[in-house]
Write a protein that binds this ligand. Structure first.
Ligand code: GLN
Length: 486
């Protein structure tokens, strides 16, 4: 069997339906390629051929007996933050190096119910804290376009695996940009849905009021098919939205005539690389050709996004990560004097430097006497930012701009200066603080040939429209069809 390793999910479904390929053949193809490229890219933390092939065989058997499911037999790789029963789940940390999940997260279960076959667990920044995949305990992931550069983070393995054709699609999580920024760095389409659309149950918590699951794929059409599988109400997650299922692919074919694109002047300022600005301008010209109009808007409070995020995210992380105490699960120090010493040593050994930094900041801002000055204040900023967007939607349907101010950078370029690293998320964080959906799609390259992403931020629950917008752009362009020669 010869298989186009860059086939989209939509094409893969067609090939399976036409019996041109079986689920076992597909799984074997991607597993072989994952093994071959693991030394170069380090995209996976765990591969388990037996578990994967058992699922693929079951999918083939179901097809043979006339069973149906929308994505039956299509392989998917999951970020190693999703619990999957029987699979090692590390969250990129030494703390969970040997942890085997006792149950399956709702998103993975939903995808399995849609017929998808788990290929493996993808590398990521430790506890999803990072923008470059350099904080993973299991080593950095390389960008398949240029292995001297980062793939973005924290879902770096998720992006690298799809970009390199090790999987047709993958899952990620996005707390401050961790789907959209790596999607840009690796020339993919990545979507962070509205907060509450995908259940957080069984996803290791980073910052609970910001975390959201979403897909990585070659195309917006694939993201729609994947979100159809991932989304849905879940009584196990108190913040899950209880609403009817929707078909996110329903509007893909709609023409863009009359679409109003808001361009926030704050997203087009000095900090944006010249090559990025140029690529985004050219992409906006394509959108205008497709019938859209653009209008300048202002989001005066988005400048507070990064400071507000670096109060809220560490605060919630410090609370969420308190469960890793060496008693119930995770790493336990072998030598200690008493119980307190055991906690301290286990956490000191189990967590890496960036995670410790966040726990320290979070504990500080939540401490008595500081709560009002920091966490409460950050909550007020979140509301102001949300109000900026609410006003914007009076004059536009979607908001666009560059996904990140810089393209994929070299390893080490920012790792000794956390603030520099944090600023890479300057355009993505606002959508997490407000809970709005946002995606990134390929839209060009900069002077050095690195990929540029266009971010589309939409109003709450407007995913179908945003995917329509990105899909129409992809029908008119071929940036998303470029693949690395790896
Ligand atoms: N880079 C951001 C951080 O380190 C966002 C991470 C994420 O979205 N998981 O917190």
């Amino acid at each position: 069997m010869s298989w186009n390793t860059f086939a989209t999910v939509a094409e893969t479904v067609k090939a399976l339906d036409a019996k041109q390929v079986s689920a076992v053949e597909l799984a074997t193809h991607y597993l072989d390629r994952a093994d071959a490229l693991q030394p170069t890219l380090n995209a996976y933390i765990t591969l388990n051929r037996d578990l994967t092939l058992a699922e693929a065989k079951a999918a083939d058997a179901k097809r043979a007996s006339g069973g149906e499911a929308p994505l039956l037999g299509v392989p998917i790789a999951h970020k190693d933050i999703y619990l999957i029963d029987g699979w090692r789940t590390t969250c990129g940390s030494r703390m969970l190096e040997n942890f085997v999940a006792p149950y399956t997260s709702t998103v993975v279960k939903n995808m399995a119910d849609a017929g998808m076959v788990t290929l493996g667990k993808l590398n990521m920044d430790e506890f999803a804290m990072g923008s470059s995949n350099e904080t993973s305990y299991f080593g950095t992931v390389k960008n398949p376009w240029d292995v001297s550069r980062v793939p973005g983070g924290s879902s770096g393995g998720s992006a690298a695996s799809v970009a390199a054709g090790l999987a047709p699609a993958s899952t990620g999580t996005d707390t401050g940009g961790s789907i959209r920024q790596p999607a840009m760095f690796c020339n993919l389409t990545g979507l962070k849905p509205t907060y509450g659309v995908c259940s957080r149950y069984g996803i290791i918590a980073f910052a609970s009021s910001l975390d959201q699951a979403g897909p990585f794929a070659q195309t917006a059409e694939d993201c729609a098919l994947l979100l159809n599988a991932m989304a849905g109400f879940d009584p196990h997650d108190a913040t899950s939205l209880d609403r009817p299922k929707e078909n996110y692919a329903r509007d893909l074919a709609k023409p863009l005539a009359g679409l109003r694109i808001g361009l926030p002047k704050e997203f087009f300022g000095d900090g944006v690389g010249a090559g990025i600005a140029k690529a985004v301008d050219e992409a906006l010209a394509v959108y205008r050709k497709l019938g859209a109009t653009t209008v300048e808007i202002s989001l005066p409070n988005v400048k507070y996004s990064v400071p507000a995020y670096y109060v809220v995210a560490p605060a919630e992380a410090s609370s969420n990560l308190s469960r890793f105490d060496g008693v119930r699960y995770g790493h336990r120090a072998t030598e200690y004097t008493d119980l307190l010493d055991m906690y301290k040593r286990s956490r000191a050994e189990g967590f890496g430097a960036e995670v410790k930094r966040r726990i320290l900041i979070g504990t500080y801002v939540l401490s008595h006497g500081y709560y009002d000055a920091y966490y409460l204040q950050a909550g007020k900023l979140r509301r102001l930012i949300a109000e900026d967007f609410k006003r914007a939607y009076d004059v536009c349907d979607v908001v666009m701009g560059p996904t990140a101010p810089e393209t994929a950078f070299q390893f080490g370029a920012k790792s000794d200066d956390p603030v520099k690293m944090y600023l890479n998320d300057i355009f993505t964080i606002c959508a997490n603080l407000t809970g709005q959906p946002a995606l990134s799609h390929p839209c060009g390259v900069d002077e050095t040939g690195q990929h540029v992403g266009m971010q589309i931020i939409g109003n709450y629950l407007d995913e179908a429209r945003m995917l329509n917008v990105a899909h129409q752009f992809q029908l008119a362009t071929d940036w998303h069809k470029r693949h690395p020669s790896i």
